[in-house]
Design a protein around this ligand. Structure first.
Ligand code: PMP
Length: 364
């Protein structure tokens, strides 16, 4: 067989979880709940369901390649121009597209230790050079990022909040950073979880876009908007960047059901508010639970929390699985003692608390 490029050879396959039905069969239990992929626990919003049903008759046609109507609604919602938008098959797709557009073999791409796993994946897939900056308190060390910049640097990825740690950078930290990054370098600010951050703390990233022509904001409809299975994300940047990325994009990368559902749910403020509100209340319960039981956790502004069990956590993960609760081991991120738990509905979170108490043999 021909050899893949060196970067690809160094990759390990992405470890996706098994389907719930398969696990239930294997373990001989029912009622498994999944708190492992930072998904929306409320299920598909009615608004999206109706839009999908209305779209079914169109499925023999290709989707609108340029996503005209969806770009219009994103543009209206955030007061930007449709020419600034790139649509993607999930924001993972965008993370890949932007790397293909701006980086080649041997160029350097900067991201943080413990950053979202797709950044190293794509960097290696295109055989670029990864500059992984050691984390500071589990989060981004932006001074370390600045020190790593050189003439080969093409791209910087920052997730805010970050997955899997939930760390958050404030607007002034990001602003200070962007001011010092040369304009020839693209900075991708991945805001997959931004809707879970309290509004008064959120970064006005669209405001920053007006100051920094090299900034790209990446968002998704997989999390707060509940469309993970449809695969849809979008990026907003200056029009020249969007134009370049759009040249690389596959013509029909976003399917028509996803486009229709996204238009509906972007208008469904009530749904997103309900989701964010549940997340706030339930995150507080997780923190209280951890504090009461002396468990260390990383404070998170996302819809997940990462808990330090101070021992290899894979056996705890297995034991929780036998209690019917799937969480995410993150040894692949270099965090073997931690488990990442997605904040679910109140009764799901209670299942997790009860299971942890049983598994660790601690009294409630
Ligand atoms: N960015 C971050 C930080 C994420 O955690 C995720 C999902 N795990 C994504 C991007 C990609 O999400 P999607 O492709 O579903 O939009």
């Amino acid at each position: 067989l021909p050899l893949a490029n060196q970067g690809v050879q160094s990759l390990s396959p992405y470890q996706a979880g098994k389907p719930i039905e398969e696990l239930e069969r294997e373990l001989g239990i029912s009622n498994i709940i999944k708190l492992a992929s930072n998904e929306n626990p409320f299920g598909l919003p009615e608004s999206a369901k109706q839009a999908i049903i209305n779209q079914l008759d169109e499925l023999t046609r290709y989707p609108d390649s340029n996503g005209f109507a969806l770009k219009q609604s994103i543009a209206e919602k955030f007061t930007v121009q449709p020419e600034q938008i790139t649509l993607a098959n999930g924001s993972n797709d965008f993370i890949e597209l932007v790397a293909h557009t701006f980086a080649s073999e041997q160029d350097e791409i900067i991201y943080s230790q413990y950053a979202f796993i797709v950044y190293p994946l794509i960097t290696k897939a295109i055989n670029a050079v990864a500059r992984e900056i050691p984390a500071k308190n589990w989060g981004h060390d932006l001074d370390g990022f600045l020190a790593a910049i050189n003439e080969k640097t093409k791209l910087i990825y920052i997730a805010n909040p970050n997955n899997p740690t939930g760390n958050f950078l404030t607007e002034s930290e990001i602003d200070d950073f962007l001011r010092q990054v040369p304009e020839r370098i693209i900075v991708v600010l991945d805001e997959a979880y931004t809707e879970f951050t309290a509004e008064k703390e959120r970064v006005d990233s669209f405001g920053l876009l007006k100051k920094y022509p090299n900034l790209v904001i990446s968002r998704t409809l997989s999390k707060a908007y509940g469309l993970a299975g449809l695969r849809i994300g979008y990026a907003v940047s200056n029009p020249e960047i969007a134009d370049l990325v759009n040249r690389v994009r596959q013509p029909f990368n976003v399917n028509s059901l996803a486009q229709a559902a996204a238009i509906a749910v972007l208008k469904d403020d009530a749904f997103v508010q309900k989701v964010a509100e549940n997340n706030r209340t339930e995150m507080q319960r997780y923190e209280t639970f951890c504090q009461q039981h002396g468990l260390d956790y990383i404070p998170s502004k996302g819809n997940f929390i990462t808990i330090d069990f101070k021992q290899p956590a894979v056996s705890i993960y297995q034991a929780l699985l036998h209690e019917g609760v799937i969480v995410r081991p993150i040894a692949g991120y270099g965090m073997p003692n931690h488990l990442r738990v997605s904040v679910g509905l109140p009764e799901e979170n209670q299942r997790f608390f009860t299971a942890v108490e049983k598994v660790l043999q601690i009294t409630p």
